[in-house]
Design a protein around this ligand. Sequence first.
Ligand SMILES: Nc1nc2c(c(=O)[nH]1)N[C@H]1C(S)=C(S)[C@@H](COP(=O)(O)O)O[C@H]1N2
Ligand SMILES: [Mo]
Length: 328
Amino acid sequence: MLTQVKRLWELPESAATDESVFLERRRLCKAIAAGPALLAGGGAGAAWAAAKAGEDPTADLYPVKRNEKYTIEPRKLTEEGHAITYNNFYEFGSHKRIAKAAQKLKIRPWMVKIDGMVEKEMTVDFDDLIRQMPLEERLYRFRCVEAWSMAVPWSGFPMKALVDFAKPLSGAKYVVMKTAEQKDTMPGLKQFWYPWPYLEGLTIEEATNELAFIATGMYGKPIPRQNGAPLRLAVPWKYGFKNIKSLVSFTFTDTQPVSYWEKIAKREYGFWANVNPKVDHPRWSQASERVLGGGQKRVPTLLYNGYAEQVAGLYTGMEKKLGDRLFR
Ligand SMILES: Nc1nc2c(c(=O)[nH]1)N[C@H]1C(S)=C(S)[C@@H](COP(=O)(O)O)O[C@H]1N2
Ligand SMILES: [Mo]
């Protein structure tokens, strides 16, 4: 059993397979109807993703105004076609090409539970919630623990707005988030050895840091299913796996949760998971990354993925106790 789990979480397609190889393979595959879009490379898959967006009851909200404060230098914006066809979403399969399978995800009605240490527990309809939140667009870098990266325009709202809305009690120290479990649409859930549901957590200080963002849109439209519709976390100074998708609950607690990947392989994927080029993953270097759409070329990884100015202060005084655990 353990060996089987180990093989499965060794992220088979990870650093080894270039997403342009996928696009190329798909382009050559006659069975795929979207031919012309695929030839454009970046446009791959965009046709059906956009069609779905048209049916979305929040479509009228987009595009939202960009907050110019967040810039992605030295990176460039990733072409939409790459960002929406090269994904990690284990509920739909433990490889990168889940975009098509993820179209089965049922995203309405979508209820969001706010519970635990809050003034009043509640369940809100996402379509009501989003209309009470201050929407904006932000360009963010994104760095997966597997050493590939992208830079995308998220639309959504600061997580602080959600925390304020939730009114946590003063004793709450963490917020725990969970992904939907849809047995009928998510074939990955049959892989019972994974600790479903996908779960992540942040300290309240992290969740209310200006950078912590709840993304509801991408590229000026509602977020596609494969990227975590209808709402997902965007914490750009942390590795990609902290950016939990398709959220159904926010639970406030005084106890540090054990996150999904931490349950699977604690030594490799910790609670903090802050990006640091100097702290290697036990099985590979984190010093550099491969940029989606950029072939095999690698660029240096930045401390806190380039966001030290905003977030380094969250961790002062913790290095002594946590050491490298802050960075994996
Ligand atoms: N529910 C859920 N959230 C998830 C994952 C997942 O498998 N399931 N994968 C994570 C990982 S490892 C990464 S790199 C990002 C990928 O986000 P993207 O597909 O939008 O690029 O989602 C994160 N959130
Ligand atoms: Mo990842």
